[in-house]
Design a protein around this ligand. Sequence first.
Ligand code: ADP
Length: 246
Amino acid sequence: SRVAESMLSIDDVTVSFGGFKAVNGLSLKIEERELRVVIGPNGAGKTTLLDLICGKTRPTSGSVKFRGIELTELPEFKIVRAGVGRKFQNPSIYEDLSVRENLEVSIPQAHSIRRSLFFRRTPEIRQRIDSVAEQIRLSSQLKGKAGLLSHGQKQWLEIGMLLVQDPELLLLDEPVAGMSPKEREQTGELLRTIALGKSLVVIEHDMDFVRSIAQRVTVLHQGRVLAEGTVDQIQNDPRVIEVYLG
Ligand code: ADP
């Protein structure tokens, strides 16, 4: 009988920068519709891990398989096309465009711009944008300039710009950085809703926020997985306590 494959399977991956191993023999599996949080002290390799999955950084050795496809051999645009979306820490939205236009330009392009302009005005596309706008709480701001949104709303818009591409796996780097408590709570709701249909890997420092969203937490240290488990399990793990206090 066939053993069910994980959605994402990272197997014994090392990333060397010169002689320094930012990721050092790391293995990690992410399942379908999982919301995984990755924590760890500065320099633990968290960003490098996300870079590795989206193809921004290539491993020195090891394998990264997404639904059976070896990602380490694919160019970045094909990794996106395979269903992996990455959001970086600082919002990169088009400030002078409206919220709706920001979502429109993020829809995967057809072969020519003219075709894509035509394509994105179909009722299906309009509906996709409206439904994403509702999810990210920006329905009433679709016509407004993106540059006028609050910092938190810009972060949501950027998540929306990923969602219109309908990725299967979202990689988010500190999605609540700089947000108000209310925005954090609403972002938690958003991420939990997304996880009903997709998988997420989220780098996060704020342990209250981690507790509010995480099913499983992976602790990285010196480029390796130090511990994995529920928030309670990892917060009571002596190895984790030592790394954070030591
Ligand atoms: P984290 O996100 O957990 O803070 P990073 O993945 O950013 O950690 O970095 C892990 C380690 O790798 C750090 O010591 C960092 O200085 C080093 N590093 C990251 N990227 C590069 C690079 N392009 N060249 C050299 N060293 C790097």
